[in-house]
Ligand binder design. Structure first.
Ligand SMILES: C[S@@+](CC[C@H](N)C(=O)[O-])C[C@H]1O[C@@H](n2cnc3c(N)ncnc32)[C@H](O)[C@@H]1O
Length: 225
């Protein structure tokens, strides 16, 4: 059974989670269909939670973004959330390592009527991000792929976001590992990379940044220089 819905949202109180869902309605039939089809295709159950999808849509709307970059497409769930926030002339470049995941995402974008406003770049993002350098500067960059790559993706975003642009990164708490001497049992190099990423975002001087305390930590920075 899918664990997609909550991921511990709502202070780990199921009543708070249920109440929040009733009031804010983070899910709908189209988003549920993406999760069902992704599971049927054998994709891992690691899309953003329904509330994180809604956070993304609202934050991208608030930023007034037209040009967005996502690292980590999976089946296109968060991509659809981002695309819902963009104006008709908005565009999303999304980067995905797996050809299998990219195929599901392409179907997602077609079914949701947004395929003309999104391009999936298949392969390692660290190699492929340079393909879009000339289309920048970008308004929002959302990181949700391999945690070991976050410092490199942040370095790219420092150069290719506009001043005033927004960096968002999911799983920034490293499932608790960033704060624990034993790394919480997660691979040491991934946790070390997440620590470097957070420290650079918060203290590197290019962003004014905070940590939104979602279930898994959504780091958010506005580029200031
Ligand atoms: C957590 S999932 C993304 C979930 C997606 N953002 C959503 O919420 O619908 C992470 C994705 O990143 C991809 N990935 C892992 N390493 C990558 C890399 N080096 N470059 C690009 N994508 C990568 C994985 O194949 C996986 O599909």
């Amino acid at each position: 059974m899918s664990t997609h819905t909550g991921k511990g949202f709502g202070q780990n109180d199921p009543h708070v989670t249920k109440w929040s869902e009733l009031v804010y309605k983070p899910k709908d039939a189209a988003l549920d269909e993406i999760i069902r089809r992704s599971e049927a295709a054998g994709l891992p159950d690691i899309a953003v939670s329904s509330f994180d999808g809604l956070h993304l849509e609202v934050l991208v709307r608030a930023s007034g973004a037209k040009k967005v970059v996502e690292v980590g497409t999976l089946g296109g769930y968060s991509g659809v959330c981002i695309l819902r926030a963009l104006p008709a002339d908005g565009f999303l470049h999304t980067f995905e390592y797996s050809d299998k995941h990219a195929k599901v995402a392409q179907e997602t974008f077609e079914k949701n009527g947004v395929a003309s406003r999104v391009k999936i770049h298949v392969g390692p993002a660290a190699d492929n991000l340079a393909q879009i350098n000339q289309d920048g500067p970008f308004d929002v960059v959302f990181l949700d792929a391999d945690k070991g790559g976050y410092p490199e993706y942040l370095a790219w975003a420092e150069e290719h976001l506009r001043v005033g642009g927004v960096l968002l990164a999911d799983n920034a708490f490293g499932w608790g590992g960033v704060a624990r001497e034993d790394d919480g049992g997660y691979p040491r190099e991934q946790i070390a990379a997440l620590r470097r990423f957070n420290e650079r975002l918060a203290q590197g001087g290019r962003f004014r940044a905070t940590m939104l305390p979602t279930a898994e930590g959504l780091a958010m920075g506005v580029k200031v220089r």
